[in-house]
Design a protein around this ligand. Structure first.
Ligand SMILES: NC(=O)c1ccc[n+]([C@@H]2O[C@H](COP(=O)([O-])OP(=O)(O)OC[C@H]3O[C@@H](n4cnc5c(N)ncnc54)[C@H](O)[C@@H]3O)[C@@H](O)[C@H]2O)c1
Length: 339
């Protein structure tokens, strides 16, 4: 059993990871400033896991004193670091906000951890660090070519963590490069709650299905892919959450530092995802074919072999599970009962 503090533990991926950790017998402490999380998530997590009194600290990761106090009050062996801003467009509009929240925030967190002698970390990185990769599947040793400020902050945060591990300041570290997380817990009690217009495909599709948006814009149907639409590696958030637990257990057992992809290794096109969603939900998604967006690549999916080899993880859930669970969550939020 490991006791672990999750920064951003009330957010989308963090909340699912809380469930995965508790299911595997670990103890969790949530630290979140609730800037992008629903207030009732901790109560939902307690109902979902049957685990009463999950400690929740409301604090900003940039507040070293508050994070130190949290670590002093709740001694942990490791931190899983989710807390960050994550919108590419917003990062280009306000770079300093992203440098401050993501990079300065991570430095402050690492300082607090060092002061409290917490020397193991699992970090939420992103496949966005590969930028416009030449070919897929993408292995971990593919060149990193960040295309935007959000991606740059992820790469800098990875480097900070890798440097501290290399110099012995951290005992164990995992930089986890997520591909495209989608889905929700099958209970429909936790899921993703995007603000405003969703940036990602699946939340947009679910909002078209509820009637909140009239149609889905498909950006380009003339790519060199089987049906002309962009291909991505969608990964169910429940699989992703389980990967965090396995990575944590591995680095704690072996005191190693690693950087690893988390994806299914299977590319799914926009049209394939939409058709799977229509099959899983019985709802039609009207489409509007729009021009390609600058910067989008045709095909982008992981080589996930390292995660399988090193800590025995591979995705178990498929696109049908992703669509069913995304819809159950969104329909529940929208008060739709025909599911
Ligand atoms: N969702 C994705 O598509 C995706 C893909 C790749 C990587 N990631 C990374 O995974 C991590 C989690 O993403 P998510 O989708 O769960 O996002 P999210 O916004 O749902 O979760 C982030 C959580 O961190 C909290 N938070 C933000 N800034 C904070 C701060 N300064 N101090 C304390 N808490 C703070 C928010 O309130 C929220 O609960 C992020 O680091 C993100 O960059 C996400």
């Amino acid at each position: 059993m490991t006791r672990v503090l999750l920064t951003g533990g009330a957010g989308y991926i963090g909340s699912h990871t809380v469930v995965a950790l508790i299911e595997r017998g670990h103890e969790v402490v949530i630290l979140d400033n609730f800037a992008n999380a629903q207030r009732d998530v901790p109560a939902r997590l307690e109902r979902l896991t049957g685990c009463a009194n999950i400690p929740v600290i409301e604090a900003d990761i940039r507040d070293t004193g508050a994070v130190r106090a949290a670590l002093a009050a709740h001694p942990v062996e490791a931190v899983i670091h989710f807390a960050a801003l994550k919108a590419v467009g917003e990062s280009e509009a306000d770079p300093l906000l992203y440098y401050d929240m993501n990079i300065i925030g991570t430095i402050r967190l690492l300082q607090a951890m060092q002061a409290q002698n917490v020397r193991r970390i699992v970090f939420s990185s992103s496949a966005t660090v590969y930028g416009q990769s030449d070919s897929s599947p993408i292995p971990e040793d593919a060149p990193t070519r960040v295309q935007n400020i959000y991606g740059r902050t992820k790469l800098v945060m990875e480097d900070l963590i890798s440097d501290l591990a290399r110099t012995g300041k951290l005992q164990a570290a995992a930089n986890l490069r997520y591909f495209n997380p989608v889905g929700a817990h099958p209970s429909a009690m936790i899921g993703e709650t995007p603000r405003g217009v969703p940036n990602n495909l699946m939340p947009y599709v679910t909002q078209v299905a509820t009637g909140e948006r009239p149609h889905l814009n498909v950006f380009g149907n003339d790519y060199d892919t089987p049906d002309g639409t962009g291909v991505r590696d969608y990964i169910h958030v429940v699989d992703l959450a389980r990967a965090h637990a396995l990575a944590l257990e591995h680095i704690c057992a072996h005191d190693v530092a690693l950087t690893v992809n988390l994806g299914t290794g299977t590319g799914i096109s926009v049209l394939e995802l939409v058709r799977a969603f229509e099959r899983a939900t019985g709802r039609e998604i009207p489409l509007n074919i729009a021009p390609r967006r600058p910067g989008d690549v045709a095909s982008y999916y992981a080589n996930p072999e390292m995660a399988a080899r090193v800590f025995g993880w591979q995705a178990a859930l498929d696109v049908n599970d992703m669509c069913r669970d995304s819809w159950a969550w969104q329909a529940r939020r929208a008060g739709i009962n025909d599911i």
